[in-house]
Design a protein around this ligand. Structure first.
Ligand SMILES: Nc1ncnc2c1ncn2[C@@H]1O[C@H](COP(=O)(O)OP(=O)(O)OP(=O)(O)O)[C@@H](O)[C@H]1O
Length: 638
């Protein structure tokens, strides 16, 4: 193929010479620029080469200079080495010289020391000889002084002995006299005790007499009120006669005057009888409470419930040996098998203030405690407990329809009404609480706020803040109150009995009496306490809520025991605050109050162990003697 004018090769057009010349020229220019640049670079390289060459010759010069210096320095080093060797030699020489001198000095020093020690030993020997001599002299002198002092003190001792013997003799004589006097005063005291005993016997007699007197007074009152009625009838008939006779005759007016005089006389006799009655009542109170004090302020009674039906199981062997005093109970313990196979039973006798056999009715029980209810009316703080295992009859005794609570309130009403004749006006307020898991709950509903215990130390009274109190002014209010309490207790548990065995219930009656004639005022409290089932003391396998309950019941029952024990011992600190129950009953347990504990006993063989535990606890309480009670009574400021 040939290039033609029409050839259309990109950037190359044949026959376009001018363009090709321009192109060539520009290429040539580029080439000449390149040559020029290369030449300049070469010139620069040449210059750099010259410079390097110069530097090489400089370095060569330096190397030669350094070599020369090196030679000089190695010559110096050689001479220094030679010098070092000579110095070492010199040092060795010096060291040898020194050690020789040291040895020499040591030898001389040793000789000096030996010399000195020889001198020292001689001096010490000399001194010890002198010391021995001095010691001998001193010892002799001391011995002489000791001998002198011994003689002197022996003389003094002898004198003192004689003096003591004389004094002993005198004391013996004096003691003999005093002993005689003591024996005499002991005899006197015994006589006084005898007299006190006969006085107490006398008091008992007095009380009996007072009782008889009271009976006769009551008959007198009845007679007087009968004669009063007759007199009133007479007065009426006389009045009509007077009206009739007032027609004016002298005889009529005389007879009217004599009748008037007789009437006045009758009224005066009636007033005298009334005054005497008031006085007798005050005396009765004093004698009655003295009699109570003689019996002791903590009393324990035992009640055995009957077997309810055959399905209850085998009956335990319980007997009541002393029918006369009704104060003993004898239990045949569980069967024990000896190694020879003989079966025996141990006997467990217990004695209390009173033991009630299974058939006893609530009315009989109440007869026994009515005196304590009377004490509450007389201004004492009284506490009646029911203690025992579940199902032993606590609730039956305390709050069944004819239990102690309704009976006590009825008796109080009757007494309150009778006391009005003797110028006593009473008010009775009741509250009902339960202590469950160390919390106090209001069994009468209340306002659901937390209950708090408040003590008034001056009045020896306790109040429960936020607790509903009901003024009990009729028998029906008590029944309504008990119903309400039972309802609230049942709400708290599926079975009412279940709850009653797990909590303590406390029925509190506050009694305030005022006598308008004598100005006397008294404030008493009657607490009726149904305790939680005591067998829970043992059941510790319970869990959760039940475990908490069991622990709280255990705690409060053992605290009750501790409080009674501390009171019996007369301890300075009584641990009332260790449980809610004892804290609540603080003023109703102890020296200033009267306490009665009922220990309830089941008649069944299966409950034998629990029965023994309950009776042992009750015996501990029975053996406690608590000091004299005092009524909260004062004469009103006039
Ligand atoms: N003296 C008695 N005469 C007749 N029945 C009685 C007597 N004592 C108890 N009972 C009956 O025995 C049963 C158990 O008595 P109660 O509920 O009073 O026992 P409790 O000790 O209060 O038990 P808990 O600790 O569970 O409250 C009741 O059915 C009750 O009526």
């Amino acid at each position: 193929m040939f290039l033609t004018k029409e050839s259309n090769t990109t950037g190359y057009v044949a026959w376009d010479v001018d363009n090709r010349v321009d192109d060539m020229e520009s290429k040539f220019k580029v080439l000449s620029d390149m040559v020029h640049t290369t030449l300049e670079a070469r010139k620069e390289h040449d210059e750099a080469l010259d410079l390097a060459k110069m530097r090489v010759s400089e370095l060569e010069h330096d190397r030669q200079r350094l070599e020369k210096r090196n030679e000089v320095m190695s010559a110096d080093l050689d001479s220094a080495r030679e010098e070092g060797r000579m110095l070492r030699h010199e040092l060795e020489k010096q060291r040898w010289e020194h050690s020789r001198q040291i040895d020499e000095m040591e030898r001389r020093h040793r000789e000096t020391v030996e010399d000195l020690s020889r001198q020292h030993r001689t001096a010490v020997d000399q001194l010890s000889k002198e010391l021995d001599h001095l010691k001998d002299e001193e010892a002799k002198e001391h011995q002489q002084r000791i001998d002198g002092l011994t003689r002197h003190y022996q003389q003094e001792l002898e004198d003192e002995k004689q003096k003591q013997a004389r004094e002993l003799q005198e004391m013996r004589t004096r003691l003999g006299g005093e002993q005689q006097e003591m024996e005499l005063s002991l005899l006197r005291k015994e006589r006084e005790l005898q007299e006190e005993r006969s006085l107490s016997e006398g008091l008992r007699g007095d009380l009996e007499r007072e009782r008889a007197l009271k009976g006769s007074l009551q008959t007198n009152i009845a007679e007087l009120s009968a004669s009063n009625t007759t007199l009133e009838a007479k007065i009426n008939s006389l009045r009509s006669q007077v009206e009739f006779l007032e027609s004016d005759s002298k005889a009529q007016s005389d007879s009217f005057a004599s009748m008037e005089a007789r009437l006045q006389e009758a009224l005066r006799v009636a007033e005298e009888a009334r005054q005497k009655l008031i006085k007798e009542e005050t005396e009765r109170r004093v004698l009655f409470n003295k009699y109570q004090e003689l019996k002791g302020n903590i009393r324990v009674m035992c009640r055995v419930r009957p077997v309810l039906d055959d399905s209850e199981g085998q009956q335990a062997q319980i007997s009541f040996p002393d029918e006369k005093t009704s104060s003993e109970i004898l239990l045949a313990g569980p069967e024990e098998r000896s190694s020879l196979g003989n079966v025996t039973r141990k006997n467990y006798p217990f004695e209390f203030d009173r033991v009630f056999v299974p058939g006893t009715q609530n009315s009989e029980i109440f007869d026994e405690i009515s005196q304590l209810v009377q004490s509450a009316l007389d201004g004492y703080n009284v506490c009646i407990f029911c203690y025992g295992q579940t199902g032993s009859g606590k609730t039956y005794t305390m709050s069944s329809a004819d239990g102690m609570i309704p009976r006590a309130t009825h008796m109080i009403y009757d007494t309150m009404n009778k006391m009005k004749e003797k110028s006593w006006e009473y008010t009775m307020d009741g509250s009902f609480v339960e202590v469950y898991n160390e919390d106090i709950n209001d069994l009468l509903g209340g306002d659901k706020r937390k209950l708090e215990i408040r003590h008034d130390d001056a009045r020896k009274q306790t109040t429960i803040l936020n607790c509903q109190t009901v003024r009990l002014n009729s028998a029906s209010t008590v029944e309504m109150m008990l119903e309400e309490a039972q309802k609230n207790r049942s709400v708290a548990a599926t079975k009412a009995n279940e709850r009653s065995s797990r909590s303590h219930s406390v029925f509190i009656l506050k009694l305030v009496g005022e006598n308008s004639a004598t100005g006397e005022r008294c404030e008493g409290t009657l607490n009726l306490v149904d305790l939680a089932g005591s067998e829970r003391l043992k059941h510790s396998q319970a869990e959760g809520e039940r475990m908490k309950e069991t622990q709280n019941i255990n705690k409060s029952l053992s605290c009750l025991g501790d409080v009674i024990e501390a009171l019996g011992k007369g301890s300075a600190h009584i641990p009332y605050r260790n449980s809610k129950l004892t804290h609540l009953l603080q003023y109703s347990l102890g020296g200033n109050s009267k306490t009665l504990m009922f220990v309830m006993v089941s008649p069944l063989e299966t409950h034998l162990k629990e029965t023994l535990t309950s009776l042992r606890f009750a015996t501990k309480v029975h053996n406690t003697h608590i000091g004299t009670a005092k009524a909260t009574k004062k004469i009103r400021d006039s």
